[in-house]
Design a binder for this molecule. Structure first.
Ligand code: PGA
Length: 254
């Protein structure tokens, strides 16, 4: 069985005081997480703080981005080795906000994946279609094209180490989640696409769903055959919502 993976993407949110409160609240439920890996991706500046809080617990540390270069004159950037200094296990790559706001290309994303894999950090590759692409019936094609663009550069062997996060852009931060059918359909497309390329290499592939995941919709989504966990933005800043997402409890709103 694939392990459930929940990644909390704090984005550019938090403060020393707010993080401390959130982490204390998270530590109260993390010992009840069985068969679920919880990863926190704070802004870089708070990595040390998070590392101190999660020491000795089963929470893992993740980054929101990296620079593919080893070291040198790259003002404002952080390398894979620096992340390893903090025992960082995962890094997001190609989040749609980075693709859109910082012009991250598939080639740049591929370089980051290569550096992460070489450094032993698991890349979490974000892919997803825009609303216009979905409305034109292009969602599946957009997804497979995004996968192919990366695989062409990094190769299948390297890509095997990647976790995939399907995040329809229209569902991110909008409160509009993909329906369970829409999410499962794309997750299945991703799994089938990769198994066709190499069934054995991708038999343990983890595919996460992201986009307005919360304590009310997580329960139904996780029941889907090809959904292995979540990349959670807004709801990950609230300990009680995150707890329900991790423990798979659904709150029915009357
Ligand atoms: P959201 O963000 O849960 O706030 O929609 C998800 C993400 O961007 O990773």
């Amino acid at each position: 069985m694939r392990k459930k993976l929940i990644i909390a993407n704090w984005k550019m949110n938090g403060s020393v005081v707010a993080n401390s409160k959130l982490l204390m609240a998270m530590l109260k439920f993390t010992n009840r997480l069985s068969n679920c890996e919880l990863v926190v991706c704070p802004p870089y500046i708070y990595m040390h703080q998070v590392k101190e809080y999660i020491a000795g617990t089963n929470i893992k540390l993740g980054a929101q981005n990296i620079n593919a270069n080893e070291f040198g004159a790259f003002t404002g950037e952080v390398s894979v080795d620096m992340l390893r200094d903090f025992n960082c296990r995962y890094s997001l790559v190609g989040h749609s906000e980075r693709r859109a706001l910082y012009n991250e290309s598939n080639d740049a994303i591929a370089d980051k994946i290569k550096s992460l894999v070489a450094g032993g950090i698991i890349p979490v590759l974000c892919i997803g279609e825009s609303l216009a692409q979905r409305e034109r019936g292009e969602a599946k094609e957009v997804i497979t094209t995004q996968l192919a663009a990366i695989i062409d550069v990094v190769g299948l062997k390297c890509f095997k180490s990647v976790v995939i996060a399907y995040e329809p852009i229209w569902a991110i931060g909008t409160g509009k989640t993909a329906s369970v059918e829409q999410a499962q359909e794309i997750h299945q497309v991703i799994r089938q696409y990769l198994s066709k390329l190499d069934n054995k290499l991708f038999k343990d592939l983890s595919i996460l769903y992201g986009g307005s995941v919360n304590e009310n919709n997580a329960g139904a989504l996780i029941k889907q055959k090809d959904i292995d966990g979540f990349l959670v933005g807004g709801a990950s800043l609230k300990a009680d919502a995150l707890e329900r997402i991790c423990l798979g409890e659904t709150v029915i709103i009357e």
